[in-house]
Unconditional design. Structure first.
Ligand code: MN
Length: 269
């Protein structure tokens, strides 16, 4: 009987032509047959958006590389449900040109691509390389592989979703891998809105960018990359805040017995 090779799906949010995607696809080859399904244009900052109001087009760029005129989530959804011959063993997203640290994770198309994989039941990892303009992906392979190998030891856990940030310098400088938590605070944009005027005299707005970073609490993703470590943050799919569910339930129970409110409800009936 012919053995079927496991499939690895690779996507990103910087677009199918990104050198970070190429680097990740090359590393992914160690884990199975690589399929690339990525957005045809840059989708950074789109978060977990999906395209509902227009049909999507898929173009086969070469062999097992496809591009989609949609978001990273569209790509992963289409790949798993339609394009790939069978369910992949892994979904990898990135390597993003720039960090996805702290609250920036919630806007990230890179992380959302991996989140879509995890929601479809496939262990998934998002990779981002910290930096601004010049990105050197040539050294990243060993660390990408180490992170994936580590995660594979947890296969039985289910809902595996990791956000990984690589420091902006190469092999020989990196001190190791640190498992971290998301820092609070924004990393690549600060709180300011820049207001200017366009040539027609209309007010236009943009978000001010900032450099990493103010949050230097030990244990956070930001602290780890600033200290020379590869940051690995395990993320959850279930956003429920169980720790306050009981207290909230109690508060509503008390509310329900408020006679004044009950009277209002009775009257409304
Ligand atoms: Mn990006």
């Amino acid at each position: 009987m012919q053995e079927t090779r496991p499939l690895v799906l690779v996507t990103n949010d910087d677009g199918v032509d990104s050198d970070g995607l190429e680097a990740l696809a090359a590393a992914a080859g160690a884990f199975g047959e690589v399929w690339v399904v990525a957005p045809s244009s840059e989708q950074s900052g789109v978060g977990h958006g999906i395209t509902l109001h227009r049909p999507l087009k898929v173009e086969q760029c070469s062999g097992r590389t496809y591009c989609v005129n949609g978001t990273p989530s569209d790509c992963v959804w289409l790949a798993i449900r339609s394009l790939l011959p069978r369910k992949p063993r892994l979904v990898l997203s990135g390597i993003n040109r720039g960090a996805n640290l702290g609250e920036d994770v919630t806007y990230s198309g890179t992380v959302a691509g991996a989140m879509e994989g995890a929601l479809r039941g496939v262990p998934s990892v998002a990779f981002s390389l910290v930096g601004r303009d010049a990105f050197d992906f040539s050294w990243t392979k060993d660390w990408v592989c180490k992170v994936i190998e580590g995660m594979e030891a947890l296969q039985d856990e289910g809902d595996l979703l990791l956000s990984v940030n690589l420091p902006p310098f190469g092999n020989g400088w990196i001190r190791g891998i640190q498992v971290t938590r998301m820092a609070r605070g924004l990393c690549r944009v600060d709180g300011h809105v820049i207001t200017t005027t366009d040539p027609e005299g209309n007010k236009i707005y943009s978000f001010a960018k900032k450099d990493i970073l103010s949050d230097l609490e030990p244990g956070t993703d930001v602290y780890a990359v600033m200290s020379g470590y590869v940051s690995v943050t395990p993320l959850v799919l279930d956003w429920t805040r169980y720790s306050i569910s009981g207290a909230l339930e109690q508060a509503y129970a008390l509310n329900a017995h408020n006679p004044k409110q009950s009277a209002v409800v009775r009257e409304a009936l």
